[in-house]
Design a protein around this ligand. Structure first.
Ligand code: ZN
Length: 262
């Protein structure tokens, strides 16, 4: 939806005011911010799942039933998302989000994305709700490892945790798999403490992500939305910025800096 020049400037100023005056601003991002870095979305036209079919709804149960078969399949056919990740780089929006953290405004970032781009940009306080495609996780002790830290060869499947000998899976959360409790706990803790949330590139329709903006609003917090389009969150938002994440975030951070030095 088009936003008139004045409407945009008003929203930009209001968003910067909210960020600067709030006690504990946090942010949440979704697929929209990754698309700008060349990561194909899962759903919609051209989406990975649109072209290849949705992954099984009981993906986690299948993994648990046959971890060796799961790993054999992974070794046979490297996923398209992993290949797209190898080429993707953080965009200006990812870096602006890091800056927002470094200047002491942003307290935490919750992301639904699995593409590692926030981490690659340098984000320190990060909760990856759906995991990280470049990490592995032990289903026993829940420790995470970089992929290269665990030797995965056809004769040692499934790979085992060096600490507890538990079975290793990718960190990415599969259908049917509970969100890792350590991550979920951080998300709820941060949302409870927060009085301002910036939501970018997601309509937050999928649980648990959907519950965070809602919790924040119920607690009287302010919601800032950055998206190309109106979303189901728009009516809840105190201000909405229409446009690309990579354009808006750097401008917003500049505005915040101006207010901090004023
Ligand atoms: Zn372990």
């Amino acid at each position: 939806m088009e936003q008139s020049g004045n409407g945009y400037l008003w929203a930009l100023d209001r968003a910067a005011d909210l960020l600067v005056s709030s006690r504990h601003p946090i942010a949440m991002t979704g697929a929209g911010v990754s698309v700008e870095s060349g990561i194909p979305p899962f759903r919609g036209p051209g989406g990975l799942w649109t072209r290849h079919g949705e992954p099984p709804m009981d993906g986690y149960q299948r993994f648990l039933a046959d971890p060796q078969g799961y790993w054999e399949e992974r070794l046979r056919a490297p996923s398209e998302i992993v290949q797209a990740l190898a080429q993707a780089r953080p965009n200006a929006g990812h870096y602006a989000m890091v800056e927002l953290e470094q200047i002491g405004i942003l307290h935490h970032l919750i992301t639904q994305n699995i593409d590692n781009l926030h981490r690659a940009a340098g984000q320190r306080k990060l909760a990856e709700i759906h995991g990280n495609a470049l990490l592995l996780r032990c289903i026993g002790c829940r420790q995470r490892f970089p992929r290269e830290a665990i030797a995965i060869t056809p004769d040692n499947l499934p790979p085992r945790c060096p600490s507890c000998a538990g079975i290793i899976k990718v960190d990415t959360v599969h259908f049917g798999e509970p969100i890792p409790p350590d991550v979920l706990e951080v998300c709820f803790r941060e949302t409870r403490q927060s009085d301002c949330m910036l939501v970018a590139g997601t309509s937050a329709l999928v649980y648990p992500a959907a519950s965070f903006p809602q919790m924040l609003k119920e607690g009287g917090g302010a919601l800032i939305e950055v998206n190309l389009y109106d979303t189901p969150l728009t009516p809840l938002a105190d201000c909405s910025l229409r446009g690309a994440f990579g354009d808006i975030l750097p401008t917003l951070v500049e505005q915040v800096r101006t207010k901090l030095t004023a």
